[in-house]
Write a protein that binds this ligand. Structure first.
Ligand code: ZN
Ligand code: ZN
Length: 357
């Protein structure tokens, strides 16, 4: 857009003269790209990786998320007044554990389970058949009448069959009533996941990610404000999975943190600890001899770390995929006594990793 074509929008707050633009502090997600990008990157990173089965499974989950995001497109509907009220109070308008979730997130779960059960052979999102029961009402147990079971799944999945624990979790979710599903979602968002629910929770997380990403995409970044607690998403208040150091844009070398739930990106000053805001004892660490795409920023003041992904070293870098694929770095730094700033929500269910692999 040329300067002369600046929109006549009253909320336009950018500088009116050329040459001194600063990068947007907040970037809302594009649901049509977010999950497809993660799936493609996971497929790329999985080949020959020590965690290949797990990464392939998450790639498949991401493809199912993409299908839901681009067909059902579940989202919360916030009024402009809701958003203004929240931002004036410096609160995230889509507070993940606070806002009343729209029932569409459960439809998202139903559709997601249908997609993950029957893997299409086609490329991501292309002519993906939506499951038969996407019109299930809010009061109908999810998928109660869906005839997709272990047998029909395995038939389509001879390359990467879902293990029994995962199939059991899918069946459990399909036959759960509304109250049970809402409880599973609330437990996850409040950080209390009973061990018996870990296998099912990964699908709850996946559905919520699609729902929150769709919800965030409906908001205008210019209506949002960074929170005083800069480590938390200005849109939904969740922690980030990782930060990207940009290679392009108005100011290359800017750090953006990526929300673990709603996929919003927001600016965070470099060399400032994401957890405590300290700057004195922050250091970068990586794995010697690797290409240096992923490093950790470790803080010896609060003994936490977060990951940095360098776009200049790999333009395909994806915060969600590269975070999972660099799990070895997490192990290395945790052995040195650092705790991760916040878990990746897909790894909260890490107890069942062996089952999935
Ligand atoms: Zn968020
Ligand atoms: Zn710190």
């Amino acid at each position: 857009m040329k300067q002369a074509e600046a929109p006549p929008d009253a909320s336009w707050s950018g500088p009116s003269h050329a040459g001194v633009k600063s990068p947007s502090p907040i970037v809302t997600p594009d649901p049509a790209l977010r999950f497809a990008a993660t799936a493609a990157r996971l497929d790329q990173l999985a080949a020959g990786h020590p965690m290949e089965p797990w990464l392939r499974f998450v790639a498949r989950l991401s493809r199912a998320q993409h299908a839901v995001a681009t067909t059902l497109a579940p989202a919360a509907i916030l009024s402009a007044a809701d958003v203004t009220r929240a931002t004036e109070a410096r609160l995230p308008p889509l507070a993940a554990d606070g806002h009343p979730r729209a029932p569409s997130w459960r439809e998202a779960l139903t559709t997601l389970l249908n997609h993950i059960s029957v893997e299409p052979d086609s490329p991501v999102g292309a002519n993906t058949p939506v499951g038969a029961n996407t019109s299930v009402g809010a009061n109908t147990p999810v998928g109660a009448n869906t005839p997709v079971g272990a047998d029909s799944s395995a038939k389509n999945l001879h390359e990467t069959p879902l293990p029994p624990a995962t199939l059991n979790a899918i069946t459990q979710l399909r036959t759960s009533d509304t109250t049970t599903l809402e409880t599973l979602a609330n437990n996850f968002l409040r950080g209390h996941i009973p061990l018996s629910d870990t296998a099912a929770t990964i699908f709850i997380v996946a559905a919520l990610q699609v729902y929150f990403t769709g919800s965030a995409a409906r908001l205008a970044a210019s209506d949002l404000r960074l929170l005083e607690e800069r480590a938390l998403c200005p849109c939904c208040g969740s922690p980030s999975v990782a930060g990207i150091i940009t290679a392009t844009g108005l100011i290359p070398g800017t750090r953006y943190l990526y929300c673990s739930m709603c996929s919003t990106a927001w600016n965070h000053t470099r060399a400032v600890c994401v957890t405590c805001g300290g700057t004195r004892k922050v250091s970068l660490q990586g794995i010697e001899g690797d290409p240096g795409v992923v490093k950790v920023e470790a803080c010896a003041d609060c003994h936490t770390y977060s990951k940095l992904l360098y776009q200049v070293r790999d333009t395909q870098v994806d915060p969600y995929a590269d975070d999972l694929a660099s799990y070895g770095l997490d192990l290395m730094v945790s052995e040195e006594g650092f705790a991760r700033h916040a878990p990746n929500p897909l790894l909260l269910t890490g107890d069942s990793e062996e089952d999935i692999g």
